[in-house]
Design a protein around this ligand. Structure first.
Ligand SMILES: Nc1ncnc2c1ncn2[C@@H]1O[C@H](COP(=O)(O)OP(=O)(O)OP(=O)(O)O)[C@@H](O)[C@H]1O
Length: 347
């Protein structure tokens, strides 16, 4: 039977449910305004699902995550797990795992004893050792058990932190920018590994990041936040092809906008304009414009050219490395509709 804490709706949903959540920080000095860091957010994370919260610095991602963890009080709204409100449960009774930007490993323990931390007192020693070995395999650190953590690289330390967070089989894993302290190449590789580890272990997770590539790599669904609000939630594919507003589109990486029919706006992804005389496909388009080359930077296997397109602004075009026009060159560009998204205005 449904109680006041449980509704038939919840029983069907399971997982995490955040309802109309408000997180507010009271002012440090009298007379200052309170900061509303999370302003009425509702979000679900279904069992086994990985959801990323994506948004610029200060938009309230960490505050939301910390409220779910029980590290920040909830000013209004509700946080529910498996159909029950947990806002009054202390952190340690929620059964959630936490992982932060700096792994916060215990420097005087070796790798195995870091990973075993959450298992101590919960299972016999032999079982604990087996679980540690299993987790080190899962995160790609086979054979690292006796290494002092101080001798590990930043990426290896984050793998240990992940293994430690997963060891007690948390009901929900909360990750706050776990890869942000690492350099870009390593971050990209670890994001792929993280996705695989979460999938293999069937872990339900909420993952905070300001990096859209990382969110798209790791998560089944992504929630885009801005100024304390949840602006849009969807699969990476859905968000990219159907951003709800120019604000969301810009945050996902769209660079410029064109007026469309009526209240429709056309968002332009990097590569939306092709240099007409250089690239195949450009000739098919009937939308040609004048542009001036502003600069170029070499990337893996191609060159990104910065173009100032008449009536549009500065955008990025991709050209083969041996066909890069000099800065100042006047060129014609053609629009590739596949690299655009339509945003429908308010009806
Ligand atoms: N303990 C606090 N006291 C007062 N204000 C806070 C506190 N923590 C966060 N804030 C404010 O709340 C807002 C949201 O911060 P939060 O850390 O949740 O954002 P974020 O999106 O995670 O940002 P970042 O990516 O920079 O960590 C910001 O304006 C921040 O200054």
């Amino acid at each position: 039977m449904a109680t006041s804490e449980e509704t038939p709706d919840d029983a069907r949903t399971g997982g995490l449910e955040v309802r109309d959540l408000v997180v507010r920080y009271e002012p440090a000095r009298r007379g200052d305004d309170a900061v509303v860091a999370v302003d009425g957010v509702s979000l679900e994370v279904r069992p086994g699902e990985v959801v990323a919260l994506l948004g610029p610095s200060g938009c309230g991602k960490s505050s939301l995550l910390r409220a779910v963890a029980g590290l920040e009080p909830v000013a209004a709204g509700d946080v529910r797990w498996a159909g029950r409100s947990i806002v009054r449960l202390p952190v340690h009774r929620r059964g959630f795992g936490l992982m932060f930007q700096d792994g916060q490993l215990f420097p005087h323990r070796d790798v195995a004893r870091n990973v075993a931390y959450g298992l101590e007192g919960r299972m016999p020693r032999a079982e604990r050792a087996a679980r540690v070995t299993e987790l080190l395999d899962v995160v790609g650190l086979h054979g690292y058990a006796t290494r002092p953590v101080a001798t590990l690289s930043g990426g290896e330390q984050q793998r240990v932190a992940l293994a430690r967070a997963l060891a007690p089989r948390p009901a929900l894993l909360l990750l706050d920018e776990p890869l942000s302290a690492l350099d870009r190449g390593l971050r990209e590789r670890l994001a792929v590994d993280l996705r695989e580890v979460l999938a293999t272990t069937g872990t339900t997770a909420l993952f905070v990041t300001h990096d859209h590539d990382e969110a798209f790599t790791v998560a089944d669904r992504v929630g885009v936040m801005g100024s304390g609000r949840l602006l849009q939630v969807g699969t990476p594919d859905d968000l990219w092809h159907h951003p709800a507003t120019p604000e969301v589109a810009r945050f996902l990486g769209y660079e410029a906008f064109l007026g469309g029919h009526g209240s429709t706006v056309v968002a332009l992804a990097p590569g939306a304009f092709r240099l007409a005389d250089l690239q195949q496909g450009a000739a098919d388009s009937d939308d040609h414009r004048a542009a001036v080359v502003r600069g170029a930077s070499f990337r893996k296997g191609h060159t990104e050219v910065s173009l100032e397109v008449e009536g549009v602004g500065v955008v990025t075009a991709f050209v083969p490395w041996d066909r890069v026009p000099d800065p100042g060159t006047a060129v014609r560009v053609a629009l590739d509709p596949r690299q655009t998204a339509q945003i429908h205005g308010p009806r």
